[in-house]
Ligand binder design. Structure first.
Ligand code: MN
Length: 380
């Protein structure tokens, strides 16, 4: 049996909301992922890209990776990875992770499909990689996956590592690099990165998985995080058949986003804090909040400050009535807009007439038109 850990989208160095605490959170979840793999006695690690948050990471980020790689090297455990869109140098340069090749990191498939045979625990595994391809490189992708598929023919245990948006996993098709139909169905396991929410599916005879990010990189990930948390995949391959055990990451900081009215925001906050009080461990949860209605802002600030020992509440977004009104209407729907506002067809028609007659930069002309419309004499 071959056992490895598949993790992804660790985005080391990410400092969400410009908070130093968040940079530490990403470090914590990376370290927890590494120690999870060691505890699970994996033969090797697979990282499917976006290792760092930026292609030219800080010295602190590089040091974290160095220290983790030294720990793995002492145990004879290697890391195989591909480049995510965040890892690829934006000018002529080397990928940051490759600096640590001497400690056992292998970056696969930078320019197209690349494969290798591994021997682990008396078993052979075919390992392939295709890094993220954007722009002009994207057109080559179907061909690169075909190459991967033929290279895997006749291999009993096989793993393909890749970082792309694949259609059918929640991204709009235009944002995807590759169609699901072009993903090979003859690998034991397809280790993918890019979709932070994570997803698992069968593609042909392959077990396909987006391992998901190891921390919350964007508020979009909050609903899926609240549903299933963040995790890494421990993958076992036995006679070519892969199975996944998802191991939760407990260091991930709890986050939520709350929409409330100025009358009930404190109840909603209290209710949330109550619901997570067993889950938050040492870390205060981060709350993003939007408050609608006629809120007294200084009162809100006092209320939110009173929660500071239990939560980090971000600066609230106030959604006042005026802001709703100010939202620019789509001018092709202006009739609907007036009807919705006046709730009266005659008033809406009148408003439309005035609107139409005043589409001019010339103020005197507008005045003249309104007078004409209302049959008002020349009173200047
Ligand atoms: Mn990512």
């Amino acid at each position: 049996m071959v056992r490895f850990m598949h993790f992804s989208d660790t985005h080391i160095g990410n400092r969400q909301y410009y908070m130093p605490e968040r940079e530490q959170d990403f470090i914590d979840s990376f370290k927890e992922a590494i120690s999870t793999g060691l505890r699970e006695k994996v033969d090797f690690f697979v990282h499917s890209g976006d290792l760092f948050d930026v292609w030219n990471p800080s010295n602190r980020s590089l040091t974290l990776l160095r220290d983790s790689m030294i720990e793995l090297k002492e145990k004879g455990i290697r890391v195989y990875m591909v480049l995510g869109d965040h890892d690829r140098p934006k000018r002529v340069d080397y990928p940051a992770a490759e600096i640590f090749d001497f400690l056992g990191i292998t970056v696969l498939g930078k320019d197209g499909f690349q494969g290798m045979d591994l021997e682990v625990g008396g078993e052979s595994v075919f390992l392939g990689g295709i890094s993220n391809m954007k722009g002009i490189r994207r057109d080559n992708l179907p061909e690169e996956y075909r190459k991967a598929s033929s290279a895997a023919e006749g291999k009993k245990n096989s793993v393909l590592i890749s970082h792309q948006g694949v259609t059918g996993f929640g991204l709009i098709d235009e944002a995807c690099e590759i169609k699901k139909e072009d993903i090979p169905g003859n690998f034991s396991y397809l280790a993918f990165g890019h979709i932070h929410e994570g997803a698992t599916a069968n593609i042909g005879d392959s077990l396909f998985s987006y391992a998901g990010s190891t921390e919350i990189c964007s508020t979009n990930e909050i609903p899926s995080f609240l549903r299933k948390g963040k995790s890494v995949n421990i993958v076992d391959i036995k006679s070519g058949e892969a199975t996944i055990a998802k191991i939760p990451l407990n260091s991930v900081r709890v986050q939520t986003s709350i929409k409330a009215d100025w009358t009930d925001y404190m109840q909603k906050l209290e209710k949330f804090l109550d619901s997570v009080k067993d889950k938050t461990g040492q870390k205060k949860p981060i709350i993003s909040i939007e408050i609608s209605g006629d809120a007294d802002r200084s009162h809100v600030k006092t209320d939110l400050d009173s929660l500071s020992s239990r939560a980090i509440v971000r600066k609230p977004v106030f959604q006042s009535m005026e802001m709703h009104m100010e939202r620019r209407p789509d001018l092709t729907m202006i009739d609907d807009y007036f009807r919705a506002y006046f709730k009266d067809d005659d008033m809406a028609a009148l408003a439309k007439k005035i609107f139409d007659s005043t589409q001019s930069e010339d103020k005197d002309q507008v005045r003249r038109q309104i007078r004409e419309l209302f049959d008002i004499g020349d009173a200047s």
